[in-house]
Design a protein around this ligand. Structure first.
Ligand SMILES: [Mg+2]
Length: 251
């Protein structure tokens, strides 16, 4: 993995600025710091302002495990970015929600996991998130959730940080959603920044892609990394500056 803010990576960032590049970002842990409860996640003022400038200069997509409505609320004030929720399953297109399927899953999970403390199931319209961040025995909780998920029909399990996500198996993942946006917008390059297991599909996208992970990790499809979430501002700023070269010339 190569550090994206190093001198050696400057050429690839310049390449992105000179091509028709789709700039794509995950939300939690990427644009906003990870917090104890997902409801509390907020993007910093600086990030919000820089993201708005990037979205004005590049085709831009935010793709997250959150529901679109939730994500739109978090991105208030950022104009021009396309917003995709539910791990790639929820685009702007009017797709019917798999409501009956999610209700069946919820009933089955409640029967099998009901007695486990610190667990809560979030219904996001196109997927369920089983959170175990507040569980006193996290390893055991995760094992039990994954075992229960194996009994569900038509499910795709998407990992996450102290959460197990359950998505309908035929729904597009983040990678498929990004590929569709790239083709729709006629882009020939993609920059994608994410931080989590559920970003690996997008890191592994075919074609000209610069996959960036927040935090270095051995087993990842991402070829570049940022050291911390806070460094996202530096990257956004570079994307803006490199596309507006006149700003670099004094006077
Ligand atoms: Mg994330």
């Amino acid at each position: 993995m190569q550090y994206l803010l190093s001198r050696a990576s400057h050429a690839i960032l310049l390449q992105l600025a000179q091509q028709r590049t789709l700039c794509a970002f995950d939300f939690d842990g990427t644009l906003s710091p990870i917090v104890e409860h997902p409801g509390q996640a907020v993007m910093g003022d600086q990030t919000r302002s820089l993201l708005g400038r990037v979205a004005a200069l590049y085709p831009c997509v935010i793709v997250s495990g959150r529901s679109r409505a939730d994500l739109l609320g978090k991105l208030r004030g950022v104009k021009g970015a396309r917003v995709i929720g539910n791990h790639g399953a929820e685009t702007e297109a009017a797709i019917p929600k798999p409501q009956r399927r999610l209700e069946q899953w919820k009933t089955s999970l409640e029967l099998e996991l009901g007695a486990l403390p610190g667990l809560w199931v979030e219904d996001k319209g196109f997927s369920l998130a089983v959170h175990y961040r507040q569980s006193p025995q996290k390893t055991e909780a995760r094992r039990r959730i994954l075992a229960a998920a194996r009994n569900l029909e038509q499910v795709r399990v998407v990992g996450g940080k102290q959460v197990v996500n359950l998505v309908v198996d035929r729904a597009p993942d983040k990678g498929a959603a990004l590929a569709a946006e790239r083709d729709r917008m006629g882009c020939n390059w993609v920059l994608f920044v994410g931080d989590d297991e559920n970003d690996e599909d997008a890191f592994a996208l075919d074609g000209n892609i610069v996959p960036v992970r927040i935090g270095r990790k051995q087993r990842s499809h991402a070829r570049y990394y940022l050291r911390t979430q806070a460094e996202i501002d530096k990257l956004l700023e570079l994307l803006v500056l490199l596309r507006m070269p006149s700003k670099l010339i004094p006077g």
